[in-house]
Design a protein around this ligand. Structure first.
Ligand code: HAM
Length: 414
């Protein structure tokens, strides 16, 4: 018997509705923000990731699935940003378009120890905006990420924000960290001993308990930021405040990839245990040039779909969007119900009905199982009054709506 490789999953027909729901919702949100989809290959030259993420990044050191082909070494992509920047440069997208706004989704591969929320083949939904260093682009990208979470119905996510500054500031930050950590260096774990010399910022992410305690005691502040980077970060924060996107500034957030400069951010979800980061991103103003392209500021993020699914079980069950269920009592109401169902569907609203003539209680259960957001209830009273009862399943509230206003009402709430 062959078995799937640990950390990979079969997405079975029963799971597909949930995946399609995430795809449908994200397509709609990205289109509203005027982003176009890009689909780079899953295989890239391994060197691309060494250069982009940094030789000392954990992904490059330990987690890449490598394929040797003659003299060449390919990698199954561990993330999308480097591939997209490579595609941007190779296809001269800077010359054919001005500001390039791309979104993508698909499988990523990291050879990690599998556990809940941590897979070897997982999926990203992400975007990259290439060709601007303007803080308004940071505000757009972060608020777009927040809008995606809202559209998935994920309410309990928190957003952490920080600025690493430009390349020069990052060096200052690294130096300040080394100075503060030096006296405690012997107490750091084995891996952090190496990080201390190679990539000291990564010590801030270490999961070892002693390292965490040492890190918690550090006074990080933002004195390493130069005047321009400080101003940039101030404008990003003011822009997010104006759009009422809540965040917390976290000086400990550094992210593990070398390409980041200035703004970095991460969304966490408290219900997910150890692997609580549902998505993350940041600015990478030097990467395009470092990979051989023009000087082009850029920013993006990626959500981990499997973690989003844990945070939004109803969307994962294929129940996202706005499904309306029609429940009727009695024969006359039933034929009116069929008409209402047809009207809802032709108005573009996902709707269903139980033709089995169950009791109201049984129909409500079926509506719940179908993940309905609203139930339209029609009985003799409603028929007589030319109304329907509209039940909001999430809030367990119901109200009377005039029959002729039903579509308008649902279109504005869905
Ligand atoms: P990342 O933080 O490495 O960023 O990955 C983004 C998200 O992917 C994480 O927050 C997490 O939800 C999910 N994820 C990562 N590893 C796994 C795993 N082994 N199993 C399941 N989910 C996982 C990036 O990859 C950057 N490329 C994001 C970015 C885009 N920055 C700028 N543009």
């Amino acid at each position: 018997m062959f078995k799937r490789i640990p950390g990979t999953k079969d997405i079975l027909p029963a799971d597909i509705a949930g995946w399609q729901e995430f795809e449908r919702i994200s397509d709609a949100v990205f289109k509203r923000y005027h982003y176009s989809e890009i689909r780079p290959p899953l295989l890239e030259e391994a060197r691309l990731f060494d250069r982009s993420l940094g030789e000392s990044a954990e992904i490059v050191q330990k987690q890449m699935f490598l394929i040797r082909h003659g003299e060449d070494v390919y990698a199954l992509r561990p993330e999308g940003t480097a591939s997209i920047v490579r595609a941007y440069i190779e296809n001269n997208l800077d010359k054919t378009q001005g500001l390039v706004k791309l979104y993508y989704r698909g499988p990523m591969f990291r050879c990690e120890r599998p556990q809940k929320g941590r897979l070897r083949q997982f999926h990203h939904i992400g975007c990259e905006v290439i060709g601007t260093s303007s803080p308004e682009a940071d505000v757009e990208v972060i608020s777009l990420a927040a809008e995606l979470l809202r559209a998935f119905g994920i309410k309990d996510a928190t957003l952490q924000l920080n600025s690493l500054g430009c390349a020069q500031d990052k060096k200052q930050l690294a130096q300040a960290l080394r100075t503060q950590l030096e006296p405690q260096r012997p107490k750091l774990c084995e891996e952090c001993q190496v990080r201390f010399d190679k990539n000291v910022l990564r010590i801030l992410d270490c999961k070892n308990e002693t390292c965490r305690q040492i890190v918690a005691g550090l006074k990080l502040g933002d004195s390493y930021l130069c005047a321009e980077c400080r101003e940039h970060f101030g404008r990003v924060r003011a822009g997010l405040d104006a759009l009422k996107v809540s965040y917390e500034v976290s000086p400990h957030l550094v992210r593990g990839l070398d390409y980041y400069t200035r703004t970095v951010f991460e969304f966490k979800h408290a219900g997910l245990g150890a692997q609580d980061a549902i998505g993350a991103g940041g600015r990478y103003d030097n990467l395009v040039q470092e990979l051989g392209g023009p000087q082009a500021g850029a920013i993006g993020f990626a959500f981990g779909v499997e973690r989003l699914m844990l945070a939004a079980p109803s969307v994962a069950a294929g129940m996202g969007g706005c499904t309306v269920y029609v429940a009727t009592m009695g024969d006359a109401a039933r034929s009116e119900g069929v008409t209402v169902l047809h009207e809802l569907r032709t108005a573009g609203i996902t709707a269903d009905m139980d033709y089995a003539g169950k009791s109201l209680k049984g129909t409500m259960r079926a509506a719940n199982d179908a993940g309905a957001r609203y139930v339209v209830i029609i009985g003799d009273d409603e028929l007589h009054n030319r109304t329907v009862t509209l039940k909001d399943m999430a809030h367990q509230e119901q109200r009377q709506v005039a029959r002729q206003d039903l579509i308008k009402e649902l279109k504005s709430s869905c």
